[in-house]
Design a protein around this ligand. Structure first.
Ligand SMILES: Nc1ncnc2c1ncn2[C@@H]1O[C@H](COP(=O)(O)OP(=O)(O)OP(=O)(O)O)[C@@H](O)[C@H]1O
Ligand SMILES: [Mg+2]
Length: 304
């Protein structure tokens, strides 16, 4: 929703907001009082009035509980894989961060691409943002998967905004500026592949760990707010790291742990660990969910 829809905002205020990356009421609703007071040069009381208007418009202010579910319903997106959908209670959900975790070549990027293709293939008017810090975004692979699933790959690519991430700052600024591509568009997905790797490569060593986790927390905070404000599904991929304290166990997951520590664990609503089986077989385990029971399923990575 355009800022012009908020009567409380003057033309000058809208210009100031645009300068800090705020183009829509949805984005305005997730700004802090402090950030807005600074950008607009207004008192905190004035800014609060503006925010309440924004929250009211976007369904984040007091309303009848019955209205709530009607107004801002979450949407379930298929993963394109029946077994994985069942594990996830139907698929990945908007307003939430779903994390796919696993070692290299296990299928995290392929899963994210398939979710993207299914979401944009099924609905002809929706958009997605893909932040790629691994160079996993491959046009010809998208064309191939789309074709095999009966969708127009070219048309899907037209509706993807790609950010090939080169640094942490690049990712953080990208998250801050999503609004200029989302304003007045119906977005369904934000994919961040991978979320931790820029932070791991830039902040190396124990002495930088606190700073790294703090920045990662900022990125995740933005992602969570974006999911909520725009009613979109955030898909994050993540690697695993070896667990030094691990002793032998029958559980194949006991020797590894997702990168990113507690910061990420607290932020992802659904965490799916992928591991390799024989050949193309992959095993997905739902390791953490706020509402689903833990479980496992098997799937295959194919040309589809
Ligand atoms: N066109 C294709 N047809 C069939 N399988 C493919 C195709 N392209 C890639 N794959 C398979 O997908 C797997 C790689 O998956 P993917 O790139 O999603 O891994 P990843 O978990 O993202 O790894 P990384 O951590 O290295 O980014 C490989 O096993 C590869 O064989
Ligand atoms: Mg990948």
């Amino acid at each position: 929703m355009k800022l012009e829809n908020l009567k409380i905002l003057s033309k000058e205020m809208i210009d100031q907001l645009n300068k800090i990356g705020v183009f829509s009421v949805e984005r305005l609703a997730i700004c802090s009082v402090k950030e807005l007071a600074e950008a607009l040069g207004l008192s905190e009381e004035k800014v609060e009035d503006i925010l309440i208007e924004a929250w009211r418009e976007t369904g984040h202010w007091f309303m009848q509980a019955t209205e709530y579910s009607e107004n801002i319903k979450e949407v379930v997106l298929t993963t394109g894989c029946k077994a994985l959908d069942e594990l996830l209670g139907g698929g990945v959900r908007t307003k939430r961060i779903t994390e796919f975790i696993g070692e290299y070549r296990v299928g995290k990027t392929q899963t994210a691409l398939t979710i993207l293709i299914e979401a944009l293939g099924r609905e002809s008017d929706v958009y997605a943002i893909y932040m790629d810090s691994e160079r996993g975004f491959n046009e010809s692979r998208i064309m191939e998967i789309a074709k095999n699933r009966g969708y127009d790959g070219e048309d899907i690519l037209q509706r993807v905004s790609l950010v090939p991430v080169v640094s942490c700052d690049n990712m953080l600024k990208g998250l801050k500026w999503v609004d200029h591509v989302l304003v007045d568009r119906k977005a369904r997905l934000l994919i961040v592949d991978s979320v931790v790797s820029p932070f791991r490569s830039e902040y190396v060593g124990r002495e930088k760990l606190a700073e790294r986790q703090q920045l990662l927390g900022t990125a995740l905070d933005q992602m969570a707010k974006i999911a909520e404000a725009y009613n979109i599904a955030v898909i994050a991929t993540n690697q695993v790291v070896a667990r030094p304290e691990h002793t032998y166990s029958y559980d194949p997951l006991a020797s590894v742990t997702p990168a990113g520590g507690h910061v990420l664990a607290h932020r992802s609503q659904e965490r799916v660990h992928l591991r390799k089986g024989r050949g193309e077989i992959r095993i997905a385990r739902l390791i953490d969910s706020s509402w689903l029971p833990p479980g496992e399923c098997m799937f295959r990575i194919t040309e589809r």
